[in-house]
Design a protein around this ligand. Structure first.
Ligand code: FAD
Length: 512
C-alpha cells in the first residue's frame, strides 16, 4: 500500500500542487498534504523566500494542534522536544473584568452535568445559598493551571470531573522547521526564491504559472496561497476582496519581543493575557525563552506608549528588538477562487487573544483534504469550502468580540468596546445565555459551550433564570454533591506534580 498507485488515476486528477509560502501555514499544509496524498503521484512544491521570511509569531496553540501532528505520526514528546515547547492548560485573563479580575479559560469542563442539566445551573443555585466557591474550583483544567501543575489527562476519565485537555506553547520557527523536515522527507520540493509575477490563463483566469526572481517559472494545477497577510495569489492576483472587521475588533497592531525566562521563575502552564489601557499583553513561556507582545489599537495608543506598556513587563530580559506588526482583522471574501486556495494569514486574521490562527490553519487543511478537487474544480466544492471557512471565521470572531464587549475597564478604548454594536449572531447567543443560561451552537464553531461558560463566568455574567429542574432541589443534597466534586478536584490537584517538574522529566528523557 505504500507505493504510488495512480496508474488508474483520472486524467483530471491534480498532479502538481504549488504552495506559496514557508511560514507555519505553508509547512503545515505541505506536511499534511504529502502525508494524506502519499499513495498518489501528486507532486508538492513549496516556494518560500528566505529574503522575505515568515512572520515568526504564533506560539500559543489550542489542543487541536496535538490532533494535527498526531495524524502525521508525531508524538507529543517529539514535537515538544523539537520546538522547546511547554504545556498549556488554558489562557489566564488578568484585568479584563472588574478591577482585580483574574480568571482562566481552561481547555476542559466544569463539574458534572446531572439529568441533562448543565452543571453551571447547580453551581449558580448553590451560590444563592451564600456559598462563594468559584466555578473554577470545579474544573480540573482551571485548577491545575492556577496551581501551576501539569499531568497528562487520563485517556479514560472516570467522570467528566476529570476531563481536561492541553495544548502547547511552541517556538514558531522551530515548529515550521520540524514540519519542513517531515515534508521534505516525504518528497516535498522546496524552492527558495521570490515570486515576482503571477501569470493567469487568458481563457479562464486560472493561475498558470508563477515567475520567480531567478528567472524560473513554476507551473501547477492547484495553488495554495500561504503567503501571509499580503495574499499574493488570492488577493493580489485573483482579487478576492477583504472583509474588514475593524468596527468590531479595534486592535490593529502589535509589538512582539522575545525574552529570556526570568531566572528561577517556573513556566506557567497557561498563556497569560493582561489587559492594558488600549489593548493587551501576551506572555508565552517556552522552555528556552519566552514570547511577549502587546496587541493594541493604534487609534488609542501611540507606538511609544505601546512600547512603554510592554517593555517593563516582559517575562525576562529582552533578547530581540521589539518588532511592530500591523494587521487588519477580517477575512477574504472568498478563501478559494478558481485553482487557488488560501490558508493562513492570506485567508484572514483574528487577533491572537484565543490562539486561534494555527487552529484555523488546521481546519483549512482538513477542509481542503476532505474537498480535494480535480482539475475540473467543481463549483460545488469551492462554494462549500468558502461557506465553511466564512462561517468558522465569523463564529471565532464572535467569541473574541465577547471578551471586549463584556470588559469592566474604564479607559476610553474599553468603554468604546463595551458600547460598540456586536454582530447579530453574537447578540443571539448572549441573549439566550442571559435569559436562560443556555448556549447556541452553530455549525463550524471552534469553541465549545464550556469555553463560552468560562468567559461568561470570568466576566461575572450570570443567567437571569436557572433551569427549573434545579429550583426545587434539596439544599443539603446539593451542597453535599457539589462539596464532593470540589474535594475530588482539589485532591487531584494536590497529588499532581508541578509543570516545571513535568518539563524537567521531558528534559531528562531528551538528554538520555
Ligand atoms: C502579533 C501576532 C501574534 C500571533 N500569535 C499567535 C498565537 O499565539 N497563536 C496562533 O495560533 N497564531 C498566532 N498568530 C498568527 C500566526 O502567526 C500565523 O497564523 C501563522 O504564523 C501563519 O502565518 P502564515 O504562514 O500564514 O504567514 P507568514 O508566516 O507570513 O508566511 C508567509 C510566507 O510567504 C512567503 N512569501 C511571501 N511573499 C512571497 C513572495 N513574493 N515570494 C516567495 N515567498 C513569499 C514568506 O517568505 C513566508 O515564507 C499571531 C499573529 C500575529 C500578527
Amino acid at each position: 500500500m505504500d507505493t504510488p498507485s495512480n496508474d488508474k488515476a483520472s486524467p483530471n486528477a491534480i498532479r502538481d500542487v504549488v504552495i506559496v509560502g514557508g511560514g507555519t501555514a505553508g509547512w503545515m499544509t505541505a506536511a499534511a498534504l504529502i502525508q494524506h496524498l502519499r499513495h498518489t503521484d501528486v507532486r508538492i512544491t513549496v516556494i518560500e523566500s528566505s529574503g522575505i521570511g515568515a512572520i515568526g509569531v504564533g506560539e500559543a496553540t489550542i489542543p487541536t494542534i496535538r490532533r494535527f501532528y498526531a495524524q502525521l505520526g508525531m508524538s507529543d514528546a517529539e514535537v515538544m522536544s523539537a520546538t522547546q515547547a511547554s504545556c498549556k492548560l488554558g489562557i489566564r485573563f488578568v484585568g479584563w473584568g472588574a478591577p482585580g479580575s483574574d480568571f482562566i479559560h481552561p481547555f476542559g469542563l466544569y463539574g458534572q452535568d446531572l439529568r441533562g442539566v448543565g452543571f453551571h445551573h447547580y453551581w449558580a443555585k448553590q451560590r444563592q445559598t451564600g456559598d462563594p466557591t468559584p466555578l473554577a474550583a470545579y474544573s480540573l483544567g482551571a485548577s491545575l493551571a492556577s496551581a501551576g501543575r501539569f499531568i497528562e489527562p487520563s485517556p479514560t476519565p472516570p467522570s467528566s470531573l476529570s476531563v481536561f485537555d492541553w495544548a502547547l506553547h511552541l517556538d514558531a520557527s522551530l515548529f515550521a522547521r520540524h514540519l519542513r523536515t517531515y515534508a521534505e522527507a516525504g518528497g516535498v520540493q522546496r524552492i527558495d526564491a521570490r515570486i515576482t509575477d503571477v501569470e493567469l490563463r487568458p481563457e479562464d483566469g486560472f493561475i498558470r504559472a508563477l515567475k520567480l526572481d531567478d528567472g524560473r517559472e513554476v507551473t501547477g494545477d492547484l495553488f495554495i496561497d500561504c503567503s501571509g497577510f499580503r495574499g499574493l495569489l488570492i488577493g493580489e492576483a485573483l482579487g478576492s476582496a477583504y472583509e474588514d472587521w475593524g468596527d468590531w475588533l479595534a486592535c490593529d497592531a502589535a509589538f512582539a519581543v522575545q525574552s529570556e525566562n526570568a531566572p528561577g521563575m517556573e513556566p506557567a502552564p497557561y498563556t497569560k493575557v493582561t489587559a492594558h489601557a488600549a489593548g493587551w499583553q501576551w506572555g508565552i513561556p517556552l522552555r528556552h525563552r519566552a514570547g511577549n507582545g502587546l496587541v493594541f489599537s493604534s487609534a488609542h495608543m501611540t507606538d511609544q506608549q505601546a512600547l512603554d506598556a510592554l517593555m517593563p513587563n516582559l517575562m525576562g530580559r529582552p533578547i530581540t528588538e521589539p518588532r511592530r506588526i500591523g494587521f487588519r482583522p477580517g477575512r477574504r471574501d472568498r478563501a478559494w477562487i478558481k485553482n487557488c486556495v488560501s490558508i493562513g494569514l492570506s485567508a484572514g486574521f483574528l487577533e491572537p487573544l484565543e490562539s486561534t490562527s494555527i487552529a484555523l490553519i488546521e481546519n483549512g487543511i482538513e477542509r481542503l483534504k476532505s474537498l480535494f478537487p480535480d482539475k475540473t474544480f467543481a463549483s460545488s466544492i469551492i462554494e462549500e469550502f468558502n461557506d465553511q471557512s466564512a462561517r468558522e471565521m465569523e463564529r471565532t470572531r464572535d467569541f473574541i468580540i465577547l471578551h471586549y464587549w463584556l470588559n469592566g475597564r474604564d479607559e476610553p478604548f474599553w468603554q468604546q468596546r463595551r458600547e460598540a454594536a456586536i454582530p447579530d449572531t453574537l447578540a443571539r447567543k448572549v441573549d439566550l445565555w442571559k435569559a436562560r443560561g443556555q448556549f447556541v451552537r452553530y455549525r463550524w464553531e471552534m469553541f465549545h459551550p464550556a469555553s463560552w461558560l468560562a468567559i461568561y463566568d470570568g466576566f461575572a455574567v450570570l443567567p437571569e433564570q436557572l433551569d427549573p429542574a434545579v429550583e426545587g432541589l434539596d439544599p443539603r443534597q446539593l451542597a453535599q454533591s457539589l462539596g464532593q466534586m470540589k474535594t475530588a478536584v482539589a485532591d487531584t490537584v494536590a497529588r499532581t506534580p508541578s509543570h516545571a517538574a513535568f518539563l524537567a522529566g521531558l528534559d531528562r528523557s531528551e538528554a538520555a
